[in-house]
Design a protein around this ligand. Structure first.
Ligand SMILES: [Zn+2]
Length: 521
């Protein structure tokens, strides 16, 4: 198995996962296909650009048995792309037990030539007591270990070309118990699984518990930052940008069909009941062919199929938008824009300030400017990095005076007439601009990204209490450079910063001007 990463932003990656039936471009949404009762053809899915699907090995075994072994799963579901098989873990979650040994399910997945296989797991779902969840995790790990042993032993005993070997997925369980998620992920990683899958988020997503889901993914990514990660059962259009940004490379769901059964119509801002709509906002083939009235009055089975097809268009479009945002280096902006679609999503994005791992995939330089709007933007990786750089900045020894100027949208500051006026009048001063999001910007490094490439509203009122990182940045800069005097061209934000008790305690001589021009004249 090879996984090649082409572009990254935050923890998201556009990658290429090689399998025996072709290359899967990630992030990938993998639609669930029912092995017996699939209403939407595999051809439709492929034509729409889904070149990977997931189907259920347990149901295929029960329904087809040896016939599936003979024909292979690609023939059974009439799909020549990449097929991932689930082991029946979902049925375990629903019914408690499925009465089939994990070794049989493992062998069956191999026999039907699935491209990506999952050992039989015991999902922890949501709301389990710690001891019970731990027991489920241990059972899953035991199954996973024995499955790998069976598969490896068989491989040693045969001379078959290993190119046809499926990829085995390590199923991570533990749900909201983060130490169990970590234990599960670490153990599967050590066992040698090359693709990991995080289980049990369906119930969390049904309850819109996006914050808990974010913590689960964060715990996993901290343990396994590089290996590709699948997320089971994530098919809500609003969760796609969130889970991709946090580092999920693949996710499957039957949501397109499950929602359609209840007239739930997906759109870029969430999901609505068809009956509640006055307009079909989507230009897809289905929405251009019918009116809402025609859809509502349609015979139920046909309507379900038509809405499901529309839902697939929406999911496909969402994936494409997220990929474009990754390439543009605009994933942070995209997520924050989506966050306004639902308060629970907003709640989850506010956690990003605790997710240090988002920095690793964020490019050091971006061609497009970063857009800064809300207090959460002070924690975007580009801003964190810049403040870290400033904290290591040391002035020339003879500079006892610090001049702080309001940053304008003209970059770099040293190219402005304001700068030239100030430096002429105060040649021995350390000159910096300031920005509530990026902190202090010494003129010597003001042409380094994102100081050189950022855009914010200059008319908005920024409240000091919302920007604790700014006060930290200013205090650190002043104390590590031992200034004796400060001249500040203070906007409303800075006037309030200077009232902060920690700044007053520095006992510096501070002169305040209202605007850059006042200091020059
Ligand atoms: Zn549509």
């Amino acid at each position: 198995m090879s996984f090649e990463i082409r572009f990254t932003d935050l923890a998201a990656r556009i990658g290429r996962l090689e399998t025996t039936h072709g290359v899967l471009e990630t992030p990938a949404f993998i639609p669930v296909v029912h092995p017996v009762r699939q209403a939407i053809s595999s051809e439709f899915l492929k034509d729409l650009g889904f070149n990977g699907v997931i189907t259920n090995a347990y149901i295929a075994l029960r329904h087809y048995g040896d016939e599936a072994r003979k024909r292979g799963i690609h023939n059974i579901i009439k799909y020549d792309g990449i097929i991932m098989t689930d082991s029946g873990g979902y049925q375990v979650l629903e019914y408690g037990s499925i009465g089939i040994d994990h070794a049989i399910i493992a062998q069956f997945q191999k026999d039907i030539k699935s491209d990506i296989c999952v050992p039989l797991d015991k999902p922890t779902g949501r709301g389990l007591k710690y001891e019970t969840a731990k027991d489920y995790v241990d059972q899953t790990l035991k199954n996973a270990k024995e499955t790998l042993e069976i598969v490896s032993a068989e491989k040693r005993d045969s001379d078959t070309n290993n190119k046809a070997d499926p990829i085995w997925v390590g199923p991570i369980q533990g749900s909201e118990h983060s130490d169990l998620v970590k234990y599960s992920a670490d153990t599967l990683d050590q066992m040698g699984f090359r693709l990991l899958a995080l289980g049990s988020p369906v119930e969390l997503m049904e309850a819109y518990e996006f914050a808990t889901l974010s913590y689960m993914i964060a715990t996993t990514k901290r343990s396994i930052p590089s290996k590709p990660l699948h997320l089971f059962g994530a098919g809500h259009p609003l969760t796609i940008p969130l889970v991709v940004a946090l580092g999920c490379d693949m996710f499957d769901s039957a949501s397109y069909m499950l929602y359609a059964r209840f007239n739930r119509y997906m759109h870029k801002n969430g999901i609505s009941r068809l009956e509640d709509l006055s307009y079909l906002t989507c230009p897809c083939q289905i929405c251009s062919s019918y009116t809402i009235k025609e859809l509502v009055e349609m015979e139920k089975d046909k309507r379900t199929i038509e809405i499901a097809k529309h839902n697939l268009y929406v999911l496909k479009s969402e994936i494409s938008s997220v990929k474009q945002a990754i390439i543009d280096g605009k994933l942070w902006e995209y997520i924050m824009q989506k966050a306004h679609c639902h308060p629970k999503l907003m709640e989850a994005t506010q956690l990003f300030k605790n997710f240090e791992f988002l920095e690793s995939g964020t490019p050091l330089f971006k061609e497009k400017a970063v857009f800064l709007y809300d207090p959460i933007d002070q924690y975007r990786p580009e801003a964190l990095r810049f403040r870290r750089m400033t904290s290591n900045f040391r002035k020339l020894k003879n500079k006892k005076m610090l001049i702080l100027c309001v940053e304008s949208n003209t970059h770099p500051f040293y190219s402005t007439s304001d700068f030239l006026g100030i430096v002429k009048k105060y040649p021995a001063a350390q000159i910096c601009t300031y920005n509530p999001f990026l902190g202090i910007i010494p003129v010597e490094i003001c042409d380094i990204f994102p100081a050189s490439h950022n855009m914010m509203s200059r008319n908005q009122k920024y409240h000091v209490d919302d920007y604790p990182s700014f006060i930290e940045s200013l205090l650190r800069f002043i104390s590590s450079n031992k200034f004796e005097e400060i001249i500040v061209i203070a906007d409303n934000f800075m006037q309030n910063v200077l009232k902060d008790i920690k700044i007053k305690e520095l006992n510096l001589k501070i002169t305040i001007f209202d605007y850059n021009r006042d200091i020059i004249s």
